[in-house]
Design a binder for this molecule. Structure first.
Ligand code: ADP
Length: 563
């Protein structure tokens, strides 16, 4: 901008200087010419008077001057000339100024030399005797004056150039300086030309608007980042070419993306066909779903097209951890198969015994024995069905069960009352080291859990053995130990005892009745109460189960007691 202003001012000032000089020159030359002509007329008037009074002697005694004097007779013959020999001179009758003077009394003419270097002005007057007196003055022509003044002109022009340059530079700087000093951070505070004030005010308003929009944008970005970062689910946003526009940490972890592969296309992140197809379908504008297996886990993948003006502008992919659900489905399938199998065994026995009795193949004195067998198998069936119902309840309604403050010691006492008789039968002693311990729980489930552990401790015990139940508590935890001196569980089996229908070494425990569901119920209960369970066991020495519950806060316990 400064350059443009500089150029404009420079050219204008140069044009002004040059035109002013030319006009001045023209005016000066006009003025000098007029002054010269006036002096020539004045002089010729004096000459005319002298000549008419004294004759040719007047002319002859005049000193030599720059002006040429010529006296021409009425017929054009040259009678006197201050410069040339009259005899050598041609007739002057046809000269322009002579003709004019003869006709009107005065005449004048200007003649330019052949070289254009000189100009001769002639002024002529008619005398009383009809002759003509003429004065001629030769001066430089305007061209030659200009030519001769070329050098000073060049110097003047150069000076004018410099002057115009300096002036233009200063003026343009003065004009642009206030603009350069405008602080765009605070445009409304700038002191510039009044004409610019509305413009600067508008900049200030727009600046505020932009700052607000940027803040909002940053806030939205922060929120989006916070949400996606804390999401357990993997999130990917892809463009139409399958390039990743955005993704959260969970997605990178699920797909096992490293820093190197991060820059690659999404298809490189997972080369499996279901992954590709799922994305491709979304790019074709359709919602698609698939299952992905990654590092032993199962993920549900959902891909949705992002539409803009009915065209696919990208794809949003979500990855959910589906392992638990998939495992659950698998377990349910296995459970159904196991239930059918486990129910079939006692039912077959019952049906067999009943058939023998029906066919009259049993002696009357043996009937009570067979009836007892049928009763025992039916009891097995009942207890298995009860366990299955209990497990189903835990599966289906765990989320909706109402937790309340429960004193674990009370639960243990209730259970001990239930198992006292079977313990007595086996000559097993019950040792209790318990104290009041409040936890959050579902009383019926807790009782079932403690009962299953104590029942196992008696059933898998040896005659004359013992079962010890301990409650220990810290600031944050309540621990329940159920210890026995029984047959123990081999180390390699300890991981599996919580599986549904799993029974250790069936041949070894075939004499001990059981459904293989007791510890599964315990495990579910543990999960429901946000607790953990540990087993320590040594074959032929005994087993210890320890459940660690998170402790209910003191305040809650007190308020509970007051209630
Ligand atoms: P069950 O109805 O067969 O007792 P559980 O689920 O309660 O089913 O137990 C699973 C298996 O774990 C049992 O069959 C048994 O072999 C073993 N087990 C459980 N508790 C004990 C224990 N206290 N001592 C030895 N073995 C045990």
């Amino acid at each position: 901008m400064t350059k443009r202003i500089f150029r404009s001012i420079f050219y204008v000032s140069l044009l002004l200087i040059v035109s002013f000089s030319l006009v001045l020159l023209a005016f000066l030359s006009e003025y000098t010419e007029n002054a010269q002509q006036k002096s020539m007329y004045l002089e010729i008037t004096y000459l005319q008077q002298g000549l008419e009074m004294q004759g040719i002697s007047y002319l002859e005694q005049l000193p030599k001057s720059q002006q040429r004097l010529t006296w021409i007779g009425a017929d054009g013959t040259v009678l006197f000339d201050s410069v040339a020999d009259v005899n050598q001179m041609e007739n002057h009758l046809q000269r322009e100024e002579v003709q004019e003077a003869l006709q009107s009394g005065t005449g004048e003419s200007t003649r330019i030399s052949k070289t254009l270097a000189e100009k001769t002005d002639n002024v002529a007057v008619r005398l009383q005797d009809g002759s003509v007196m003429r004065i001629s003055q030769t001066t430089w022509s305007a061209g030659s004056i200009l030519l001769s003044m070329m050098q000073p002109f060049a110097v003047l022009f150069a000076l004018a150039l410099v002057l115009a340059g300096v002036l233009a530079g200063k003026t343009s700087k003065n004009i642009t300086k206030p603009l350069e000093n405008v602080d765009l951070e605070y445009p409304e505070q700038a002191e510039v030309y009044d004409e610019l004030s509305p413009f600067l005010r508008r900049i200030a308003v727009q600046k505020k608007m932009i700052a607000k929009q940027v803040r909002e944008q940053q806030q939205r970005q922060k929120e989006f980042y916070a949400i996606t970062t804390n999401m357990q689910e993997g999130l990917l946003v892809l463009d139409t070419k399958g390039d990743v526009l955005s993704c959260n940490q969970a997605a990178l972890q699920i797909l096992g993306v490293t820093e190197e592969t991060k820059k690659e296309k999404v298809y490189v992140w997972n080369r499996s066909e279901p992954f590709r197809d799922c994305i491709q379908q979304a790019l074709d504008g359709k919602h698609s779903e698939t299952m992905l297996e990654q590092k032993g886990k199962v993920y549900k993948m959902l891909a949705n097209p992002v539409l803009e003006d009915m065209l696919v502008a990208g794809v949003v992919v979500l990855l959910f951890d589906h392992t638990e659900k998939a495992d659950g489905e698998r377990l349910r399938r296995e459970f159904t198969a196991n239930v059918s199998h486990e129910l079939k065994t006692p039912l077959t026995s019952i049906s067999g015994f009943a058939e023998i009795i029906k066919n009259g193949m049993v002696q009357p004195q043996d009937i009570p024995h067979f009836a007892n067998n049928i009763y025992t198998e039916a009891q097995k069936l009942i207890s298995m069905i009860q366990d299955i119902i209990q497990l189903s309840k835990l599966d289906e309604t765990a989320d909706t069960m109402q937790m309340q403050s429960v004193d674990l010691a009370e639960i243990v006492e209730t259970v001990c009352n239930r198992i006292q008789e079977p313990a007595n039968k086996q000559n097993i002693s019950l040792d209790l080291h318990i104290e009041q311990a409040w936890i959050q729980g579902v009383p019926s489930i807790l009782e079932e859990m403690v009962y299953n552990l104590c029942d196992n401790a008696i059933r898998y015990n040896k005659k004359g053995g013992s079962v010890t139940i301990i409650i220990q508590q810290t600031e944050t935890e309540v621990k329940l130990f159920v210890k026995d001196t029984g047959i123990g569980i081999p180390l390699e089996e300890q991981d599996r005892i919580f599986e549904r229908f799993y029974r250790v070494n069936r041949s070894r425990s075939k004499d001990i009745d059981g459904t293989g569901l007791g510890l599964s119920i315990v495990k579910h209960g543990v999960k429901l109460h946000h607790a953990t369970i540990l087993v320590e066991s040594e074959t032929e020495k005994g087993t210890q189960f320890c459940i660690t519950f998170p402790k209910k806060k003191e305040n809650d316990a007190i308020s509970n007691l007051c209630n």
